[in-house]
Design a protein around this ligand. Structure first.
Ligand code: FES
Length: 113
């Protein structure tokens, strides 16, 4: 979910990310894994909650990514850990959208002190 406090940033053409694959980007101090699902894109923090594996290198399966290191499965829409079951761990999610073949990601604006 986005709010007026989010800043949308165009990060790359969708064609730069192969279908059903992910790629990592650095944006505003965040390392973000962006996944191309064809008709939509999803973005999460590129750090597995188990031991920090690069989720952008994982395999996609039913709207989730399987971490390449020890196979934890993270649901991309919510960031919650699907496997192993019963884990409270969660990955940060970022709003992402497609517009005219370009991928946009929303970053929360820093709050004024
Ligand atoms: S670091 Fe991802 S499953 Fe272990």
């Amino acid at each position: 979910m986005t709010s007026e406090l989010d800043a949308w940033v165009c990060v790359t053409p969708q064609s730069n990310i192969p279908l059903r694959e992910g790629r990592a980007i650095q944006l505003g101090g965040h390392e973000i894994a962006i996944f191309n699902l064809g008709d939509r894109v999803l973005a999460v923090a590129n750090r597995c909650p188990h031991r920090g594996g690069p989720l952008s290198d994982g395999l996609l399966a039913d709207g989730a990514v399987v971490c390449p290191l020890h196979a934890w499965k993270v649901t991309l829409a919510s960031g919650s850990v699907e496997r192993p079951a019963g884990r409270e761990a969660c990955v940060a999610t970022y709003a992402a959208r497609l517009e005219n073949g370009l991928i946009y990601v929303a970053l929360p604006r820093p709050r004024a002190a």
